[in-house]
Design a protein around this ligand. Structure first.
Ligand SMILES: [Zn+2]
Length: 299
């Protein structure tokens, strides 16, 4: 007689805390969530990054590679795949996937451009089909926490808006098996205001054309923000991951100016809105959460 065997679940082999991030292009993982990813990897959580496109329509800031661009050799996507794997290595992230496999969805380019109409453009993706692909990953990993963008894709890029829609639809389809908490990347207006003051002195001031902080296409009040992740210990890893995306972030970028002048204070701290789930206990004057898993059952 055969004894029934206990069925091993995939998650039995994974750490108790599991974080899923859904981003639009290679490099998006670093700028808004790099310190948070490195923080959770170092803390022993399982971090899964899903990138929806290869970023084929990006500009190229490395002159020797200029001919790879979409209008010429159209090889940028393949190159960015390598940049992304280097960035993941810098952050310590070992579980990285492309939605539907590399090349399934193409970078749609900025809103209103003809590239939005490409048959493989992520903007044209069938929502349920794309969400089903993410649902498979959710079922496999069973993340308690998911991070993506708000409904405006943080700043209005069609692929970021689509990443939001796909991630939210997949979580809905997953029902009770979906993530307990969902966060959207955010930037407090108060921090932007401070930044505008501080950068006034810089030669390469990213806010030079901005009169008021309210004119920026992003920014939330302190009340709306739910979590402040302090990843300043992982600031070096975040900068290394930014450097891995050399075609996208030029050596003389204001981002490195900030990194040099303000260090971890600005680059190592990341903010989030809570879109689903109970807010856990917070700290500081705004009672912001300092751990995205706070209040989550991690079994
Ligand atoms: Zn992007």
């Amino acid at each position: 007689m055969r004894l029934p065997r206990k069925v091993a679940r995939v998650t039995d082999a994974l750490p108790a805390r599991r974080l899923l991030l859904v981003h639009a292009h290679p490099d998006d993982e670093v700028t808004g969530t790099g310190a948070t990813m490195a923080h959770y990897v170092a803390a022993g959580a399982h971090v899964t990054l899903v990138t929806c496109t290869l970023g084929e329509e990006g500009e190229i800031h490395v002159p020797e590679l200029a001919q790879l661009e979409a209008k010429q050799a159209d090889q940028l996507g393949g190159y960015r795949l390598v940049e992304l794997s280097r960035a993941c290595a810098a952050l310590g992230v070992t579980d990285h996937r492309f939605l539907g496999g590399p090349g399934r969805y193409r970078d749609s380019g900025m809103m209103g451009l003809p590239t939005n109409e490409h048959p493989r453009a992520f903007w044209q993706a069938d929502l349920d089909e794309a969400a089903d692909q993410l649902l498979e990953i959710i079922k496999e990993i069973q993340p308690q926490v998911m991070i993506t963008y708000d409904e405006n894709g943080f700043y209005g890029h069609p692929d970021h808006i689509q990443a939001h829609r796909v991630a939210m639809r997949a979580a809905e389809l997953a029902g009770d098996a979906g993530p307990e908490k969902i966060y959207w990347t955010a930037m407090p207006l108060s921090v932007l205001k401070e930044g505008m003051e501080a950068f006034r002195e810089l030669d390469d001031n990213p806010f030079a054309d901005v009169e008021k902080v309210e004119d920026l296409p992003f920014g939330h009040t302190d009340d709306e923000i739910a979590a402040r992740m302090d990843g300043t210990d992982h600031y070096d890893q975040k900068v290394a991951a930014m450097r891995a995306h050399a075609t996208q972030i030029p050596d003389n970028s204001w981002l490195y100016g900030i990194a040099g002048d303000f260090g971890g204070e600005f680059m190592g701290v990341e903010y989030f809105l809570l879109a689903k789930g109970e807010r856990g206990p917070g700290e500081g004057p705004n009672n912001w959460e300092s751990d995205l898993f706070s209040g989550v059952k991690t079994i």
